[in-house]
Design a protein around this ligand. Structure first.
Ligand SMILES: CC(C)(COP(=O)(O)OP(=O)(O)OC[C@H]1O[C@@H](n2cnc3c(N)ncnc32)[C@H](O)[C@@H]1OP(=O)(O)O)[C@@H](O)C(=O)NCCC(=O)NCCS
Length: 376
């Protein structure tokens, strides 16, 4: 296989804002006399690649007797030229970038027993996956993530219901409805639960159902989506007999055209979403004669995780092993880059797709539905 995973340029702004002002505390005293004006320190470089909205660990210089450095582990909620703001388990800290010694993105925490692909919580996996399919326009409401991308895909045009929206539910839903109205889009909510969960048992879904929202909004593929996960080590390796797979860090026009053969694309928005993650690879298999792309997939790259999006094999070439070969290629890149776990999303409505992933040893981690308000 050709190609390597790459990471895009760092995002210097917070991807989400919250309506409530959270308190900030400043741990320790800076040793470097403040950061204003000094924007090219080692600390700036060390913290440039961190993902805003992701989980990070930051080794930080302290002044005074005793410890000379300490580590902060938590969600990076904001970054600017001078500061990082990190929500640790106990407090929100504001760190001077010039005093950062080292920093890196880390996978979400283990919150239940199991193997690497099982022990993450559904909320944490949802937040991670949102970074694998970044919406063009993002907003925040407490922990909820509001996403808009000119209507291209449900994932990139729905409010991700995770954690606490920081407002009473009715007000939070009003806020989201206004946010989408301002963008000329119908409001849509992505609500998740255990496999087979009763949608009305989710408190947010219950309010939405009362307001006339329906699961899927008439699209069977949106009624129930399975989030499946597996171990990269458990996927069969590529062999000498495997068809050649190309992996490109850049989105090529041919790949986009083949992708557009099977689904409607929104020029501009589609390219932006496909290339919008911190790291992604575009994989393809070509017909040896015509050199046309016959199978493709997009791989999203996260700390500890790989994501598979848009896996597709041309109908004339199904059951030839191309789909499995692409997954083997994803797993190979994942293994080589310290990503033990792989996720994907597949509609429960897509029996062949679900069976394909089950055949490769993937299991359902959780499920979600899109709650859509009928057009009046
Ligand atoms: C799902 C999908 C990607 C599978 O791709 P594929 O290339 O047909 O998959 P494979 O050929 O690797 O495997 C499919 C089956 O063919 C079998 N197979 C593999 N090589 C084969 C060969 N040379 N001859 C006959 N059968 C073969 C596999 O064992 C597998 O059988 P199983 O389902 O009974 O276990 C394809 O059907 C597709 O593009 N569907 C539409 C998009 C989609 O649903 N994507 C997945 C959602 S994320």
């Amino acid at each position: 296989m050709t190609g390597d995973p790459t990471h895009g340029p760092a995002d210097e702004t917070a991807s989400t804002g919250t309506p409530q002002a959270a308190g900030e505390s400043r741990p320790g005293a800076p040793s470097g006399g403040g950061a204003a004006g000094a924007q090219d320190t080692e600390g700036h470089r060390a913290s440039a690649g961190l993902t805003v909205g992701g989980r990070v660990v930051v080794r930080y210089r302290l002044e005074g007797a005793g410890a000379s450095a300490t580590d902060f582990l938590g969600e990076l909620v904001a970054r600017n030229d001078d500061f990082l703001v990190v929500d640790t388990r106990s407090e929100r800290v504001k760190l001077i970038r010039a005093d950062v010694i080292a920093a890196k993105d880390v996978p979400p925490p283990a919150s239940r027993p199991g193997r690497a692909h099982e022990r993450v919580s559904a909320d944490d996996l949802e937040k991670l996956m949102a970074g694998g399919w970044q919406a063009l326009d993002r907003g925040g409401l407490g922990d909820w993530v509001l996403r808009a991308s000119e209507g291209f895909t449900g994932r990139a045009n729905s409010a991700l219901v995770v954690g606490d929206p920081s407002l009473p539910l009715d007000k939070a839903i009003d806020f989201v409805e206004r946010w989408y109205a301002e963008r000329g889009l119908p409001p849509m909510f992505q609500v998740h639960g255990q496999p087979g969960f009763e949608i009305s048992s989710d408190p947010t879904a219950a309010v939405l159902l009362d307001r006339g929202y329906t699961p899927g909004g008439g699209r069977p593929q949106w009624e129930r989506v399975l989030v499946m996960t597996g171990l990269s080590a458990a996927v069969a390796p590529l062999t000498q007999e495997s068809v050649p797979v190309t992996a490109d860090a850049e989105l090529q026009l041919e790949w986009l055209m083949a992708y557009g053969e099977q689904r409607s694309i929104v020029p501009g928005a589609t390219e932006a979403v496909l290339t919008g993650s911190e790291g992604q690879l575009f994989l393809s298999v070509r017909d040896p004669g015509s050199r046309r792309i016959t199978a493709l997939a997009r791989m999203a790259i996260h700390p500890g995780w790989a994501g598979v999006f848009g896996l597709w094999v041309h109908p004339d070439h199904r059951h030839e092993g191309l789909g499995s070969t692409l997954v083997s290629a994803v797993a190979m890149v994942a293994r080589e880059n310290n990503m033990p776990a792989i996720y994907l999303q597949v509609s429960a409505d897509n029996a062949e797709g679900v069976a394909f992933w089950e055949g490769l040893g993937f299991t359902v981690h959780h499920e979600y539905t899109y709650l859509v308000r009928p057009v009046s």
